[in-house]
Design a protein around this ligand. Structure first.
Ligand code: 5GP
Ligand code: MN
Length: 341
């Protein structure tokens, strides 16, 4: 873990004491924690008088597009020239909710080439070393909680208002699956309590994120559950979705988010996986989830070009869907005893 030391905190306070041009970046295919943390930080930095912009590598799901500041978000894929100008002119670049520049796709190159001071705030395993200042803590439930602690380190907790609060609440809620994953601590709940005290309407946020499903998404969920398989010998469940199935249910960005967790809710499942055909990139996108000690970060890194956290990770495969699943099942035999321990 790299908690920031006192010297680094003082450095950053000094840097932030005069107006700066700031770019704030979430990872590609931003989720609730990525958008919540970048927008929460955006509102805080603007309150300090900085000129700040959130630039997302690509578009993000509709169910996050109510978060305050959404309208100001630039999408690199859609506004590449404007985005690259801001990146090359920036004094500071904050990278949030990821720790390796390839996680923001093509946008990684202009960031790498920019002479801006880079600040990483992230809770994934094994950070790369591109950033000048690194606040990395794998014990944190979410980057949103880390942004709260960052504001705390800067001595500015009293600046937290409804806009910052709504953004941070969103990512803490989504990355903890509504405060139930193991990394949810009493401190997490104290942070949430503070956000509620400043006026965050928590029920409205749950409603906006979880109760705005399209008909197609619910039907796709049915299709995914229908495709669920359980490998009892390995305590492993998996789901697959083909392009055809996605198209048949009018797939929209974000529709498959969270589906993998249904596999893990099966009694006896310790390891759950979802394989999704990705038309644009002609790859299979894979999500891994586990309960207990089985380390899916290492599993994804070793076999599927990915990574993430111990109990939640992602990766990809260049094989077709059928061959990817066959490869996965053949690998599982090496983990049989671990999965049954
Ligand atoms: P998801 O399965 O929801 O896409 O991702 C689960 C977790 O693993 C997230 O925290 C995400 O940031 C991380 N993750 C997903 N895909 C990758 C990947 O390809 N590489 C790495 N390093 N992390 C990933
Ligand atoms: Mn996160």
């Amino acid at each position: 873990m790299h908690a920031m030391n006192t010297a680094e905190i003082l450095d950053l306070k000094k840097i932030l004491s005069t107006p700066k041009k700031v770019v704030i970046v979430p990872h590609k295919n931003p989720d609730g924690d990525a958008m919540g943390s970048t927008l929460g930080l955006l509102h805080y930095l603007k309150k300090l008088g900085h000129s700040a912009t959130v630039i997302a590598p690509n578009d993000y799901p509709e169910f996050l597009k109510w978060i305050p500041g959404t309208k100001e978000v630039l999408i690199y894929e859609e506004d590449t020239i404007a985005s690259e100008a801001l990146i090359s002119e920036a004094d500071l670049i904050f990278t949030l909710d990821f720790n390796a520049l390839h996680r923001c796709g093509a946008m990684g190159t202009p960031i790498e080439n920019s002479s801006a001071i880079k600040i990483m705030i992230d809770h994934h395993q094994q950070p790369d070393d591109y950033a000048t200042y690194v606040y990395s803590d794998v014990s944190m439930c979410s980057t949103c909680e880390m942004v709260y602690h960052f504001i705390e380190m800067m001595g500015d907790l009293e600046l937290i208002d409804v806009a910052i609060g709504e953004a941070l609440y969103t990512g803490i809620m989504t990355d903890t699956a509504s405060f139930r994953f193991p990394l949810t601590t009493s401190t997490t709940h104290r942070v949430i309590a503070h956000l509620i005290d400043v006026g965050v309407e928590k029920s409205d946020i749950h409603n906006a994120v979880y109760d705005t499903n399209s008909f197609g998404r619910l039907q796709l969920m049915g299709c995914a559950l229908n495709n669920l398989r359980f490998l009892e010998d390995f305590k492993t469940s998996y789901i697959s979705l083909t392009n055809k199935e996605l198209d048949a249910h009018d797939f929209q960005k974000g529709d498959t988010e969270g589906l993998v967790n249904y596999g893990l809710s099966l009694k006896g499942a310790k390891f759950a996986v979802i394989f999704i055909e990705h038309q644009e990139e002609s790859i299979i996108k894979i999500s891994f989830r586990s309960k207990g000690t089985f380390d899916v970060n290492t599993f994804a890194r070793t076999h599927f070009n990915g990574g993430g956290h111990k109990n939640a990770s992602g990766g990809r495969s260049n094989l077709n869907l059928e061959d990817t699943i066959a490869k996965f099942i053949s690998i599982l035999s090496d983990y049989k005893s671990e999965l049954n321990s």
